[in-house]
Design a protein around this ligand. Structure first.
Ligand SMILES: Cc1cc2nc3c(=O)[nH]c(=O)nc-3n(C[C@H](O)[C@H](O)[C@H](O)COP(=O)(O)O)c2cc1C
Length: 174
């Protein structure tokens, strides 16, 4: 049994939901702690055996706190089994749903010097009614261009939960 820390960066809660599912899967075999990236100073990162970081994309980027966290803790991350996953809606497309094919993950890895030992990409969620007027219209336009749903009532989770479960197994075993 090892102790696993899962840290998430989320805006609308979907990355947290994915992490909660990972926790359920992993806690059958390990001790698991889930925290927001906003609270990383409340835990002693050194005390965990494995560290998993998950973050969503907004307007093409992961949150700046993700970069800051990695910069601050790169050596520590490197010293343990670790993994990173990205959540974005481009990953709803089968040709863009793998670490090797997702453009945001590829770009992100070029921007940081940390090389996560394991990687994953999960398709996110659209919930237009939750967004501000401007965000709703911009995302609808992007969806129109990329042949996604544009009905302003749309609530859709593109996440492939089987893919999340497989990643849960992978972090259990690593
Ligand atoms: C304002 C806004 C901007 C977004 N920008 C992108 C984007 O540039 N590319 C993309 O693939 N998904 C984008 N998304 C989709 C999010 O990545 C998706 O909704 C994800 O599930 C959000 O996860 P979170 O709830 O953990 O923040 C955007 C969503 C919103 C609301």
């Amino acid at each position: 049994m090892s102790s696993i820390l899962i840290i998430y960066s989320t805006t609308d809660g979907h990355t947290k939901k994915i992490c909660q599912r990972l926790c359920q899967l992993v806690e059958q075999q390990h001790q698991v702690t889930l925290i927001s990236i906003d609270d990383d100073s409340n835990v002693d990162l050194e005390s965990f055996d494995k560290i998993i970081l998950g973050a969503s994309i907004r307007y093409g980027k992961h949150h700046r706190k993700v970069y800051q966290f990695i910069k601050r803790n790169e050596q520590l991350l490197d010293s343990k089994p670790n993994a990173f996953f990205s959540v974005n809606v481009v990953a709803r497309k089968p040709e863009k749903n793998q670490p090797e094919t997702n453009p945001y993950l590829r770009k992100f890895l070029k921007q940081i010097s940390w090389q996560p030992k394991e990687l994953a990409v999960f398709a996110g969620k659209i919930d237009y009614k939750k967004y501000s007027f401007l965000d709703r219209h911009i995302i609808r336009l992007i969806m129109w261009i990329t042949k996604g749903p544009t009905d302003p009532e749309t609530v859709v989770e593109f996440t492939d939960w089987k893919q999340v479960e497989a990643f849960g197994q992978l972090i259990s075993d690593m």
